[in-house]
Design a protein around this ligand. Structure first.
Ligand code: SAH
Length: 223
């Protein structure tokens, strides 16, 4: 066994026994079906990566488009976008995340469809061009579900209203991946207060019949 393989196995054992990570680790194949082929995830990555089945649905909506994955993390969404879109720009502020996302995209054989960028989305936004912006910003840690109603100002690192304003300068086609308890009235408000108003479609993102998140699709293609 190589040293790399040994340290991978050791990490595996740790993840399986670390109580903080274990509840995500047991779902590892739902997160990455190719998990065993060398996927890398750090602690924040474990609790924030989008389930593969849901990431596939997000990507279906972006077929043939240029997608900006503004908070790419370890690449759960990026990989699925890379499979069907025309190209992907994957941004994360944490260099380790970007390195892991690159590795993981390689595992899926799609890394050459992705431009990986280490940087702050808010600083990069004015220079970005794309057809769809995908936003899965941090929800403030695993405690997001402890509140009855998740408000836009709980999103990290900036509140959802300023995030939405900034992202609109890139494209009106915006997908937001949000906690299941998000205040839907606030999402309606984001759409209706935009100028011109945007169309909003809400999708319940489910795993095994259980809603685990909400996906909001904003666009300018008013009916
Ligand atoms: N959808 C991703 C998970 C994203 S988690 C997946 O499926 O893997 C949110 C990510 O936002 C984290 O990796 C965090 O490092 C990143 N992030 C936080 N602030 C940021 C900023 N200002 N600009 C870009 N990325 C940021």
């Amino acid at each position: 066994m190589t040293i790399d393989e040994q340290s991978h196995l050791k990490k595996e054992e740790e993840n399986g026994t670390n109580p903080k990570i274990n509840r995500y680790w047991i779902q590892r194949y739902d997160l990455f079906s190719r998990y065993d082929e060398g996927i890398q995830i750090d602690e924040e990555g474990w609790y924030s990566v989008t389930h593969e089945e849901i990431a596939i649905k997000h990507a279906e909506r972006c077929r043939g488009k240029v997608v900006i994955d503004c908070f790419a993390g370890v690449g759960g969404n990026t990989i699925q976008f890379a499979k069907v879109s025309s190209s992907v720009i994957a941004i994360d502020i944490d260099p380790m995340k970007v390195q892991m996302a690159m590795n993981n995209a390689n595992v899926y054989g799609v890394a050459n469809h992705v431009d990986f960028v280490v940087g702050d989305f808010f600083s990069l936004a004015p220079s970005l061009k794309g057809d769809v912006s995908f936003l899965s910003p941090p929800w403030g840690g695993p405690n997001y579900c402890k509140v009855e109603s998740f408000k836009m100002d709980m999103l990290q690192p900036r509140d959802g209203y300023s995030l939405f304003k900034i992202v609109q300068s890139i494209t009106p086609n915006i997908i937001m991946y949000l906690p299941k308890n998000v205040d839907l009235a606030q999402l309606e408000e984001l759409a209706s207060l935009s100028s011109p108003p945007l169309t909003l479609e809400i999708e319940e993102s489910c795993i095994g019949g259980k809603m685990i998140a909400i996906t909001a699709y904003f666009s300018r293609n008013a009916a």
